[in-house]
Design a protein around this ligand. Structure first.
Ligand code: NAG
Ligand code: NAG
Ligand code: NAG
Length: 316
């Protein structure tokens, strides 16, 4: 009799563990604050947030998927062999998941957001070209820094706010490459790391590099503008001016937020198409499917007026 109860207890325990496992690998703590359900999931999604109640990134985006997306990054001809890995990405992402990165709107939206964010990353760090093995889109995270900078990217205009450190160079580094003293300065301020004196940290620490990129994705470039994250997940409501400028919620406007007139409002130019192609490729690889990306006017910024374009009233 006692033996039978033991067996039953063991079977029950396995069922309970099995169910918990199917839901999530980390235990989820739940409570209600002011009528709102909030959760805490330990290291990956900490700090009682509504965003920690749904799936977290590691529930739907795992090591093998990271490897699929960036399959050529460690091939001998790549330029940052051994630098980028899943662990540094997920460690960096953990800081922003309680704020909604990859945790807004449910699992499908989360997978789309991974495709979008990493699509930007992949295209900006690619060394793929037309005839590269595996195709031009398989070469994301090939670089972690600009290889032959033509200058040191020190803008003297910011000499009081973000003065250049003698000997430091502010060339492009990272997952969404950072250029110029003022961008290193602002990013460092936000992450509480002295990047103005030590821009090289971004090419020495992949977690920090991913963290800087996710911060850029989650944070408005200018106060009057939305963040790429808000634009993508649908938190942002366009104003009348935005609608007139053809800035719709969706992937196209994330390019407008991050790059403005460098890639937007010029029709289907290469610089824009490369970012779009990586996004679509990753949607396919994650099993979401590129048909989820929406129509041309949502997917691209070809016809959009850039956020950073000169006001129409200014003489030119
Ligand atoms: C959680 O997921 C559901 C869909 O599965 C979604 O409707 C809801 O908005 C998500 N919660 C948050 C905080 O995004
Ligand atoms: C890399 O950066 C992360 C995030 O800022 C930090 O927690 C970690 O200590 C850094 N690693 C090293 C070796 O400096
Ligand atoms: C909309 O655009 C007009 C003309 O460029 C500008 O004067 C106005 O301030 C803008 N409104 C908002 C809310 O940005």
């Amino acid at each position: 009799m006692e033996a039978k109860l033991w067996v039953l207890a063991v079977v029950l325990a396995i069922v309970v563990v099995g169910l918990a496992d199917a839901d999530s690998t980390t235990p989820k703590l739940v409570k209600t604050v002011k009528g709102k359900k909030v959760c805490d999931r330990g290291w990956e999604c900490k700090g009682w947030s509504q965003f920690c109640c749904n799936e977290t990134i590691s529930d739907y985006f795992q090591t093998y998927q990271f490897e699929n997306l960036f399959s050529k990054r460690n091939s001998p001809v790549a330029h940052a062999v051994g630098y980028w890995d899943y662990k540094s990405f997920i460690t960096a992402a953990a800081v922003y998941q309680p704020l909604g990165f990859g945790t807004t709107g449910g699992k499908l939206m989360g997978m789309k957001e991974m495709s979008a964010f990493l699509g930007h990353v992949g295209s900006k760090t690619s060394c793929g070209y037309g005839v590269a093995t595996g195709g031009p889109l398989a070469w994301g995270l090939c670089y972690n820094k600009e290889m032959s900078p033509s200058q040191s990217y020190c803008d003297d205009y910011y000499k009081y706010t973000y003065p250049c450190t003698p000997g430091a160079d502010y060339y492009g580094r990272g997952a969404l490459p950072i250029y110029w003293n003022y961008n290193y300065g602002a990013t460092g301020e936000a992450l509480k790391v002295d990047l103005l004196n030590h821009p090289e940290y971004i090419e020495q620490n992949a977690t920090l590099a991913f963290q800087a990129a996710i911060w850029r994705w989650m944070t408005p470039v200018k106060k009057s503008q939305p963040s790429a994250h808000d634009v993508f997940v649908g938190n942002w409501k366009p104003t009348k001016n935005d609608t007139l400028a053809k800035r719709n919620p969706g992937f196209g406007t994330t390019m407008n937020v991050l790059y403005g007139d460098q890639v937007c409002g010029q029709g289907d130019v290469d610089g824009m198409n490369s970012i779009v192609s990586h996004f679509l490729y990753y949607l396919d690889l994650l099993g979401v499917g590129r048909e989820e990306a929406g129509p041309h006017e949502v997917l691209t910024c070809a016809e959009q007026k850039p956020f950073n374009s000169a006001p129409t009233t200014a003489s030119s």
